[in-house]
Design a binder for this molecule. Structure first.
Ligand code: NJP
Length: 250
């Protein structure tokens, strides 16, 4: 039963690969109207073409989540194309892990800009619409790194820890204000996507590559969870999901 997914208008950031792309395809196959955003236009166009070929409804817009105006524009596109917005899946992110002693300060700041400020910009863009509608669903991709610290992941984990805190307060405040904005935060473990390509520290890239070879699972598993969260009746929020391989020892 997908009663609560069909016809919903869903904005997805980071939709050009990995988790975001898999989620766009799955939701479109269940009748949602999806709005894809990321920086790589060729990949977005390809995903939208395939969704349409399979009978789904989708549009895309190039988007850099660090730019507030890009976030505002994708909200505008969703409303102009489909008339409303029901869900925003703030999923864009990067994970250039490294030991702090390597002083990869550019990577640190890029993670703050994309993983933290990108979420802030996305919420700022959509909140007035959700408040006015008195309904909406904000879904974010945090990480198991937002729940457990590990060497090499100080800044990445910090950005994902932020997402957890932010989403919990968003949920509480919208309940207090009676705006019916639901939230769901996903905490993936090792998912086989393009994420490891963002690591610029060679030893870290090699080590994480081995971990993912052993434990990585498909981004389709995260898409399933996003669909599950959206497919709840209006009065129900399912807040936090940890999703990983069955054989993970951590
Ligand atoms: O990785 P990948 P995932 N503006 O690299 C986009 C979290 N996570 O699917 O802009 C807009 O295939 C980028 O698009 P492009 C992770 O932290 C993952 O795994 O065209 N978009 C691409 O579509 C992240 O938050 C794992 O380069 C920007 C997407 O982000 C989320 O899952 C584990 C952007 C990244 O897709 C999706 O990542 C975990 C920008 N400035 C959490 N910068 C895992 N894979 O194991 C990047 O715990 N993007």
């Amino acid at each position: 039963m997908n009663d609560h997914i069909a016809d919903k208008v869903v904005i997805i950031t980071g939709a050009s690969s990995g988790i975001g792309e898999a989620t766009a395809r799955l939701l479109a196959s269940k009748g949602a109207k999806v709005v894809l955003g990321a920086r790589r236009e060729d990949k977005l166009k390809q995903a939208v073409d395939e969704i349409e070929k399979n009978g789904g409804q989708a549009v895309y817009q190039t988007l850099d989540v660090t730019q507030q105006s890009d976030n505002d524009n994708i909200v505008k596109l969703a409303k102009e194309t489909f008339g409303r917005i029901d869900v925003v899946f703030l999923n864009a992110g990067l994970m250039p892990n490294s030991p702090l002693s390597a002083l990869k300060t550019e990577d640190w700041h890029r993670m703050v800009d994309v993983n933290i400020k990108g979420v802030l910009n996305g919420v700022a863009a959509v909140l007035p619409t959700f408040t006015e509608q008195r309904s909406g669903h904000v879904i974010t991709t945090s990480s198991v790194a937002g729940l457990k610290a590990y060497p090499g992941g100080a800044v990445y984990g910090g950005t994902k820890w932020f997402v957890r805190d932010f989403m919990e307060v968003l949920r509480m405040e919208s309940a207090m204000e009676g705006t019916n904005i639901r939230t769901a935060t996903i905490y993936p473990a090792a998912i086989n996507t393009e994420l490891l390509n963002t690591i610029s520290h060679n030893d870290t890239a090699q080590g994480m590559g081995k971990t993912y070879e052993q434990y990585g699972i498909s981004p389709d598993r995260i898409a399933d969870v996003v669909a599950y969260a959206i497919n709840q009746p209006k009065d129900t929020t399912i807040n936090e999901f940890t999703v990983g391989p069955a054989n993970q020892p951590w």
